[in-house]
Design a protein around this ligand. Structure first.
Ligand SMILES: CC(=O)N[C@H]1[C@@H](OP(=O)(O)O)O[C@H](CO)[C@@H](O)[C@@H]1O
Ligand SMILES: [Mg+2]
Length: 564
């Protein structure tokens, strides 16, 4: 029965009253400015309660706007140091929050008082055509950070202020990709994506993985550095499900040890330092020839692999580019084997960012695999990958996944294979679809993807690495007075501002064989990032040093003339 206009007005007044009372307990600190960026809101955990409370309000608005579809909220600061925390919203498809709503999150979080918060909230509701009497549904989770429980309280305070009109599901302490999966599966009307629980996800992944490995197991045990973070609980759950085909050996699982999270371990450490975690080196974990390790980051949405080369005893990194190239070459082979033609023929491509090693791009192009370069940040890669039937996207740092289009799945499911080999290829592709997280990159699912491809190829890490050799490269941060003065174009590979700087960078790059360098403002930190690669390590050092100096000079308004 529709509410009469008087009772609707009364309900509205009650809601605003309840929101006001709750908000008074979570005042915004003066002098703090929040910005909803690539990683949602991210700062010191102690500074976040007000932003998390307000994120609850936005998540409810979004759910109500989408007719009660479940919206996710993840509390994590990924690879950042332990005192940091963050919060981000997940859309019903399991993808990141619609970018057009990011500004609303920022607006709500920066309201200086409860009054301005309530008025911004009601204005947004009107402007976004949200019927506040609609039900809403929110699913949330957090990582292992000590500030997590307090932030969950702030979130719940925001959600409870709406009364029983908001359905709340707490997934507990879990990984970012698991939360994305649960949101996607909850909203999947067809019910075919999988059960919307951690167990449902683990079952789905392990079943597909074991079918893919088939008689090729048992595989060589794999060491998994869990970054002393929440990934360790996901690994613990997976171990018994697959131990007959792949033994996982978790390392760095001290989630309860103060200060241990991401400290000298994890994917970010390994990728940035281009070295294995020191404790793995000390323990000689990878000393035995043929042994491979991998590192998750603090919320287990990215992964890199590594091993020690037998002959030279040197550390070899297998990063996101290596995962993307191996997956692309193998999926291309499988697609050929399906013998699908005409309307049934499926497209495949790889999406990278400017940080992809130049050798990986060349390698893909030399195999006629389409490659697209987009801006940094998973949302850009994910969006571009959807254009292909099989869209493979990875950032060099290990964030990424492989997306299968609805057309691809329908075609593969309906196909009548012409040979036994074609039937097997189709079955494998469908199992990869079940194995690989379709919402967001997942260290666990990517780890099993890599292991499955290696098993099919009969390869170890050395054979995987043999495809191409990374060009020596380096990434540096430059602290500048205002990073917004740096404006890029061409998928962030070139600068339009400060005017004249790009020309100087071009002159510098031109001096080195196979040289490439670019400058962009970070989306997550207050700095400008400089990347350089070249044929030799020595050249990279000189090139990055010179470009960083040009950036410094341009940012402080010093002379921008260099001798060429
Ligand atoms: C060079 C680099 O690794 N940049 C990272 C980093 O973005 P920046 O905009 O560079 O700060 O954090 C993003 C979110 O985690 C991640 O998607 C991205 O790859
Ligand atoms: Mg992460």
């Amino acid at each position: 029965m529709a509410l009469s206009s008087t009772s609707a007005a009364h309900a509205h007044a009650v809601l605003l009253n309840s929101l006001t009372e709750a908000s008074n307990l979570y005042p915004k600190e003066e002098g703090v400015t929040y910005s909803y960026g690539t990683a949602g809101f991210r700062t010191l955990g102690a500074k976040l309660p007000a932003a998390v409370f307000r994120t609850a309000l936005l998540a409810v608005l979004r759910s109500k706007r989408l007719e009660g579809a479940s919206i996710g909220v993840m509390i994590t600061a990924s690879h950042n140091p332990e005192p940091d925390n963050g919060v981000k919203i997940v859309d019903p498809s399991g993808e990141m929050l619609d970018p057009t709503w990011e500004q609303h999150a920022t607006a709500l979080s920066n309201c200086p008082s409860t009054d301005s918060l309530i008025s911004t909230f009601t204005t947004l509701a009107t402007h976004l055509h949200v019927d506040l009497s609609q039900p809403a549904s929110i699913i949330f989770a957090r990582d292992t950070r000590p500030s997590g429980p307090d932030l969950v309280k702030a979130l719940e305070a925001g959600l409870h202020a709406f009364g029983d009109n908001v359905k709340i599901k707490d997934v507990g302490v879990t990984t970012t990709p698991i939360l994305h999966y649960v949101v996607k599966a909850t909203n999947d009307q067809s019910g075919t994506y999988g059960a919307p629980t951690i167990e449902g996800y683990m079952q789905k992944m392990s079943k597909a993985f074991k079918e893919l490995v088939g008689i090729r197991g048992p595989l060589v045990p794999l060491f998994v550095d869990c970054a002393n973070g929440v990934g360790s609980s996901a690994v613990d759950t997976m171990i018994p499900l697959i131990e007959d085909v792949l033994l996982l050996r978790p390392m760095n699982t001290a989630t309860g040890t103060k200060g241990a999270l991401n400290d000298e371990c994890g994917a970010d450490y390994v990728k940035t330092k281009q070295a294995m975690p020191p404790n793995l080196a000390q323990l000689g974990t990878l000393d035995k020839p043929g042994t491979t390790g991998c590192s998750f980051d603090g919320d287990a949405d990215r992964i890199v692999f590594y091993y020690v080369e037998d002959a030279t005893r040197t550390f070899k990194l297998l990063d996101g580019d290596k995962i993307a190239t191996m997956a692309a070459v193998y999926f291309k082979e499988l697609l050929l084997r399906t013998k699908l033609t005409g309307e049934e023929k499926l497209s495949m491509g790889v999406v990278q960012t400017a940080y992809a090693n130049g050798s990986s791009t060349k390698y893909l192009e030399s195999r006629d695999i389409p490659v697209e370069c987009v801006q940094t940040g998973v949302k850009h890669l994910h969006h571009a990958a959807k254009k292909f039937d099989i869209g493979i996207y990875f950032e060099a740092n290990g964030h990424g996944t492989v997306l299968f289009s609805p057309h691809a799945i329908e075609t593969l499911r309906k196909a009548s294979p012409v040979t036994l080999e074609a039937g097997n290829a189709i079955r494998h592709l469908l199992n990869f679809y079940e194995l690989i997280n379709q919402a967001v990159g997942d260290a666990m699912s990517d780890m099993l993807l890599v292991e499955a491809v290696l098993a099919h190829k009969g390869w170890g890490s050395a054979e995987w690495n043999a495809g191409y050799q990374d060009l020596p490269n380096k990434l540096e941060k430059v602290i500048v007075p205002d990073r917004n003065h740096f404006v890029t174009y061409d998928a962030e590979r070139r600068l339009s501002h400060p005017v004249g700087l790009q020309e100087l960078v071009d002159i510098e790059v031109g001096k080195y064989e196979m040289g490439r360098a670019f400058v962009r403002p970070s989306g997550t930190e207050d700095c400008v990032r400089v990347y350089a690669e070249a044929k030799t390590k020595e050249d990279v050092e000189v090139l990055i040093g010179n470009v960083a100096r040009l950036v410094q000079e341009a940012s402080t308004g010093q002379s921008m003339v260099v001798a060429s």
